[in-house]
Ligand binder design. Structure first.
Ligand code: HEM
Length: 182
């Protein structure tokens, strides 16, 4: 018998607020990251180069980039990276990150690829954080913000799967039980 979990009641927009609470990102941490915005802007082009070099080097990921306007993609990814250091991590921020996750759901991209790309993003973000006047605190704050992004990206995939399965089987509870293997 499945135990009903209170987290199952947290849905849609409420997930964003819940995650922001969970990350416990203090005002001083937000401020520290916000102070690094121009440093992030300077580092963003190198991060983007490394990011797409990695994706183009692998046939399964390169396939998704064929025929997509590269300048636009580079610019969007740079904006995404710079926004990690925007200094305000509220529901509007989380909502914009969720819509980026949803775009990847819609192109049929397996979630393992965006998650694996943290290997490229992480060192560039850490490079930015280390230039803070308080590098240790900024690094800790950066890791929280990146974890928030991972959680939201993943949630976009889970929402989509659960919604479709619930439609198919006629209810969310049954869909959750099926996903549990019951
Ligand atoms: C950390 C992981 C990733 C981040 C942060 C990211 C970020 C973004 C952003 C910000 C956009 C623009 C969204 C918009 O139009 O508002 C985008 C679009 C896109 N991304 Fe990613 N991405 C990631 C991983 C990937 C991977 C692994 C691939 C392919 C292998 C990929 C392929 C694409 C494609 C094809 C688009 C264009 C979609 C369209 O406009 O039809 N992304 N990405």
């Amino acid at each position: 018998m499945t135990t009903e979990r209170s987290s199952w009641q947290i849905q849609n927009e409420a997930v964003l607020g819940e995650l922001i609470d969970l990350m416990n990102l203090h005002a001083d941490e937000q401020r520290l990251l916000g102070e690094l915005s121009s440093t992030a802007t300077a580092v963003a082009p190198a991060m983007t180069e490394a990011f797409y070099a990695r994706l183009f080097a692998h046939p399964h990921t390169a396939e998704y980039l064929q025929g997509v306007h590269q300048d636009r993609l580079h610019s969007m990814l740079q904006q995404w990276f710079i926004a990690l250091f925007c200094g305000t991590y509220d529901e509007a921020y989380a909502r914009s990150r969720m819509s980026i996750g949803q775009i990847h759901v819609r192109i049929g991209l397996p979630v393992r690829y965006p998650l694996a790309m943290l290997d490229v993003v992480m060192p560039f973000g850490e490079q930015v954080a280390r230039q803070s006047s308080q590098p240790e605190a900024a690094l800790k704050a950066f890791h929280k913000v990146l974890a928030l992004d991972v959680a939201i990206f993943n949630q976009a995939y889970e929402d989509n799967q659960l919604r479709h399965l619930a439609e198919l089987v006629g209810g969310e509870r049954l869909a959750r039980r099926l996903l549990l293997g019951q």
